[in-house]
Ligand binder design. Structure first.
Ligand SMILES: [Zn+2]
Length: 84
């Protein structure tokens, strides 16, 4: 099943605005069932240095308004394209 990308309309075009409270600044991404794997190297003094970090998401990823909690998941694909 292909996901539809919904691009928000706004001024300037492409900015996400919460349709419930008008918030356009604070957004929250929630990932369910996340497996985080981090590789460490143990140093000669016994301390550890993280080498690489791998995050796998097995559950759903939600994208919500950071102020009122409105579900904005339909914009999530757009959010991923626009997050740097
Ligand atoms: Zn909101």
């Amino acid at each position: 099943m292909k996901k539809k990308v919904q691009i928000p309309v706004g001024d300037p075009a492409g900015r996400i605005t919460c349709n419930k409270c008008g918030n356009k600044k604070d957004f929250v991404e929630i990932a369910e069932n996340v497996l985080v794997t981090t590789r460490y190297t143990q140093n000669s003094d016994g301390s550890f240095t993280p080498e690489e970090n791998d995050t796998e998401v097995f559950g759903a990823v939600k994208f919500i308004c950071g102020q009122c909690g409105e579900d904005l998941s339909r914009y999530h694909s757009h959010f991923l394209e626009m997050s740097f």
